[in-house]
Design a protein around this ligand. Structure first.
Ligand SMILES: [Zn+2]
Length: 58
């Protein structure tokens, strides 16, 4: 089983997609992506929970 996240679900127009073995790994990658590509200064706990809610198991 793998986990997937499409950033476009949260940020319209973003085509970044992540597929990893664990949710935690996706959250790490998305944190970096959000800061580098979306200029988010800090990904706090609430944002992480929102992101986690968008992760789907495949
Ligand atoms: Zn994005």
């Amino acid at each position: 089983m793998k986990f997937q996240l499409s950033c476009g679900d949260a940020v319209p127009g973003c085509s970044a997609r992540f597929e990893e073995d664990t949710q935690e790994r996706i959250l790490e990658l998305v944190t970096v992506h959000a800061m580098q590509d979306h200029g988010v200064p800090e990904v706090g706990p609430e944002m992480l929970e929102a992101i986690r809610g968008n992760i789907v198991a495949v």
